[in-house]
Design a protein around this ligand. Structure first.
Ligand code: C2E
Ligand code: MG
Ligand code: MG
Length: 516
């Protein structure tokens, strides 16, 4: 080539003492050989030489090694799929191309195996590796040669569909990938069925960086997981804002604990026969510096996901116990006032919970039997062992347990036999619709009858109208905690109620006067 000719020229003119180049030749038998050629001028170094020595070396081995190294640098050793680096190169190229050719399109599918960590932990990582290899093979067999199936690492794969962005074409591709992964894999004498979640993002000229594409595909993938796994979700720009909001919330939450921005409000639990307050449920509120007073629905989920729920719930527990102990001493009508506090899954998993409770009761002076912890059904299903252990420890402290939101979760009445609860809270949805359909009234009646037989106290969550309260009484429900009597109120407002022995007597009388 021109370069070689230029080198020869400088060699001939005496400007350079030697030249070297590498070239590829085909042998007579058809095999390929790489050689390095070095040509040196032999002379006195003064005048231009006319004798040259040429050395030709077979460098095929070195070339092969170099190729191998180059290949290894761009491929995943386990699955042999292109790795993250090669993917990023391809994505950068695709983005460049889209800038130059506005008609060019492509789509990125971000694929993450569902519950793979669990499989890895239970079946061992050798099985896990086999599953990853099998997944990789299935993915690469499904994409066209122009596409790219890459492994990002772990159980994350990315498929780049070249030239495709039309949903009518992308959707079946995503479905094919899911179907391929779902069909059982034979590994270590087992048949294992995997599923995956796919996040989909269409390449566009608004993207300047490949990492942004991957980030959005990743966000969409999380959406697919949230929708229940084994599915796909297309990225929407609002997802990014939601993610940013969530990160902001996490940060704010962290600060909120240190800055004491939480408050506990109390909702009375009222005896339907007398209108007396027999207990209160402690419910947390967040006095957010910018957003105002927030309900737990808007932050408990994030608190649980980040683990901040543990210090938060400890604080609620301590505040509520101290508060109720003080009320018990101050108001004659509150001498045996009980307090309920909600328990989260994280707390349940904390082996020191019983110890913490014991110290807390001692320090606040609240008798153990005045405290009830509320658990939801879903907590039972996932942690039945821990719950039984905890129940034994709590019995020693006389602390009671209630099952919260009963009827919304797995709703198995068998839990009531299996776990020695003290109280049952019928979920609000049954109470609200008790009037409109007879089905809910029947359910409520059945639950009340069953819990009577098991000596459980039944508490109706909700009860917003006199009609509902009347109905509850007819069905034999003893207690109600609902807006009809009072929404959750501040400690000061609660103290006003506690000054009277039966603050809701007039409301009960009202209700009795209603014609059925
Ligand atoms: P929950 O334990 O079932 O609490 C009852 C919820 O129903 C409360 O909502 C209460 O305000 C609401 N409620 C009571 N009566 C009525 C009524 O008549 N009508 C209607 N529409 N609603 C009524 P809140 O305070 O927003 O709490 C929501 C959930 O957040 C609670 O449900 C509980 O699961 C959780 N939570 C609240 N505080 C804490 C806490 O300190 N720690 C933990 N881990 N969770 C908490
Ligand atoms: Mg509750
Ligand atoms: Mg509830």
């Amino acid at each position: 080539g021109a370069e070689t000719r230029r080198m020869f020229q400088s060699l001939l003119s005496g400007d350079a003492p030697s030249l070297g180049f590498e070239n590829r030749y085909v042998r007579r038998d058809g095999s390929l050989i790489w050689v390095q050629v070095t040509v040196s001028a032999i002379g006195d170094g003064q005048s231009s030489a006319d004798v040259f020595a040429s050395l030709v070396t077979d460098i095929s081995d070195r070339k092969r090694t170099e190729d191998r190294l180059r290949y290894n640098a761009m491929h995943d050793p386990l699955t042999d799929l292109p790795n993250r680096d090669l993917l990023m190169l391809r994505l950068e190229m695709a983005l460049q191309r889209i800038q130059q050719q506005p008609n060019y399109t492509f789509t990125v599918l971000f694929l993450d195996l569902d519950r793979f960590k669990f499989i890895n932990d239970t079946l061992g990582h050798l099985v896990g590796d086999q599953l990853l290899i099998e997944t990789a093979q299935r993915l690469s067999s499904l994409v066209r040669p122009v596409d790219l199936a890459a492994r990002l690492g772990g159980d994350e794969f990315v498929v780049l569909l070249d030239g495709l962005s039309d949903w009518s074409q992308v959707k079946p591709q995503a479905e094919n990938l899911l179907a391929a992964i779902k069909s059982p894999m034979r590994v270590a004498e087992r048949e294992i069925s995997l599923t995956a979640s796919i996040g989909i993002v269409v390449g566009s000229s608004t993207y300047t960086k490949a990492t942004d594409l991957l980030r959005d595909a990743d966000i969409a993938m999380y959406r697919a997981k949230e929708k229940g796994r084994n599915g796909y979700a297309r990225f929407q720009s609002k997802y990014l804002q939601q993610l940013i909001d969530r990160l902001q919330l996490e940060q704010d939450l962290q600060r909120a604990i240190a800055d004491n921005q939480f408050v506990v409000v109390y909702q009375p639990v009222v005896e339907l026969m007398t209108g007396a307050i027999v207990g209160v449920e402690a419910l947390v509120r967040w006095q957010h510096p910018q957003k105002g007073l927030l309900s737990p629905g808007s932050f408990i989920g994030v608190a649980e996901a980040t683990g901040l729920i543990v210090p938060l719930d400890r604080w609620v527990l301590r505040t509520a116990c101290a508060q109720v102990a003080q009320w018990q001493h101050t108001y004659p009508s509150a001498q045996s006032l009980r307090v309920s506090v909600n328990l989260s899954a994280k707390q349940l998993a904390d082996p020191t919970l019983a110890e913490v409770l014991e110290t807390l009761l001692e320090e606040t002076g609240l008798p153990g039997h005045s405290l009830t912890l509320e658990l939801t059904e879903s907590l039972l299903v996932d942690n039945s062992k821990q719950v039984l252990q905890l129940m034994a420890q709590l019995r020693r402290l006389s602390v009671k347990l209630a099952i919260d939101d009963f009827g919304t979760g797995y709703s198995s009445l068998s839990y009531l036999h299996q776990f020695p609860f003290n109280a049952l809270k019928i979920d609000q949805t049954f109470i609200t619709h008790m009037d409109t359909g007879t089905v809910n009234a029947d359910i409520v009646e059945t639950i009340v009858a069953l819990s009577d037989r098991l000596h459980l106290t039944t508490i109706a969550e909700g009860g917003e109208s006199a009609r509902e309260i009347q109905k509850l009484r007819q069905l034999g429900c003893e207690l109600s905690q609902g807006y009809y009597f009072s929404p959750p109120v501040t400690a000061d407002e609660m103290a006003q109620f506690l000054k009277h022995s039966a603050p809701f007597l007039d409301k009960i009388m009202n209700e009795i006067l209603i014609v059925p």
